[in-house]
Design a protein around this ligand. Structure first.
Ligand code: F6P
Length: 320
């Protein structure tokens, strides 16, 4: 394989730059020409590619976001779009493509493989919602960012004896909410993996803690579950504790990647290029029990998602 390209797709995640850097430098080390595609699949459709050299990826390791830019491409999400993108790759002589993104991006990679373009996926999303890997690039940084925000919220709740309902990102997955909630001692944590009951899961634990002398509360709710403003009014009415809301939103997706994300991204980027060198296609890279491995993309997309219910139980027991 002589010519490969790399793109970042979907929601950006801290560490994507480190992954691009690893792909570019590992590809060049193997004697390949490496191209960066701007704006994800949109750039592939518009032939928006630029040849990378070793210095093109200097000084990006520590930067959040993705210097290649990203997009959620509607045009690519059609049969014609995929065929057009594959045709563009063929015309440019691009034989292999590394796609850094989430499961939506991997579906695109799978479809491109069916059109004859060798694709390797690298999981990059703050949601940690890709089943074939214990960690996705960006999750660790987002978790630490969220904890930093919630710690600050907690300071001011403590000063005023208040409660704050905090909405945490994660799309339809509760990993960020659970782990952030545990790490800041949230009195209640609601996640999409579990049915909730406001009285049972929030009001009663708060009343129990109030009776035990606790005066301030942080409640963590994963996004897309309920209206946090309405919940705040209900909690205030039922507990008598003055309640506020906090929705950090996209702040959770920015910032310099953590050590863990930089290292994971560098390892995965290098691994993806080795797969292309070996002539592999339609694979996604993952890390399980600290070991890098790869799966067929279609099989990876079908793996059921697991959730750490045990950790949720622990969080509930000790955040009293
Ligand atoms: O997938 C990453 C993520 O930040 C989710 O947590 C969130 O639901 C979504 O993207 C937000 O998407 P957008 O940036 O397109 O509003």
């Amino acid at each position: 394989m002589k010519k490969i390209a790399v793109l970042t797709s979907g929601g950006d995640a801290p560490g994507m730059n480190a992954a691009v850097r690893a792909v570019v430098r590992s590809g060049i080390a193997a004697g390949m020409e490496v191209y960066g595609v701007r704006r994800g699949y949109e750039g592939l459709l518009d032939n928006d590619l630029v040849q990378m050299d070793l210095r093109s990826v200097s000084n990006i390791l520590e930067r959040g976001g993705t210097f290649l830019s990203s997009a959620r491409s509607k045009r690519f999400n059609t049969k014609e779009g995929v065929q057009q993108a594959a045709e563009n790759c063929r015309k440019l002589g691009i034989e292999g493509l590394v796609v850094i993104g989430g499961d939506g991006s991997f579906k695109g990679a799978r479809d491109l493989c069916a059109e004859g373009i060798c694709c390797i996926g690298i999981p990059g999303t703050i949601d940690n919602d890709i089943s074939c890997t214990d960690y996705t690039i960006g999750y660790d940084t987002a978790l630490n960012t969220t904890i930093e925000i919630l710690d600050k919220v907690r300071d001011t709740m403590q000063s005023h004896n208040r409660c704050c309902i905090c909405e945490v990102m994660g799309r339809h997955r509760g990993d960020l909410a659970l782990n952030a909630g545990l790490a800041v001692g949230a009195c209640a944590i609601l996640v999409p993996e579990e049915e909730y009951d406001i009285d049972r899961d929030i009001v009663e634990p708060m009343k129990r803690s109030l009776a035990l002398g606790k005066k301030h509360f942080v409640i963590v709710v994963a996004e897309n579950m309920l209206d946090v403003n309405a919940l705040s009014k209900e909690v205030e009415a039922k507990t008598g504790v003055e309640t506020r809301t906090c929705v950090p939103g996209h702040v959770q997706r920015g910032g310099s990647p953590s050590a863990r994300d930089r290292i994971l991204a560098s390892e995965m980027g290098h691994y993806a290029v080795q797969l292309l060198i070996q002539g592999k296609t339609c694979r996604v890279v993952g890390i399980k029990e600290n070991r890098l491995l790869d799966y067929d993309i279609t099989e990876a997309l079908a793996i059921p998602k697991t959730f750490n219910y045990e950790l949720l139980k622990i969080a509930r027991e000790i955040s009293i």
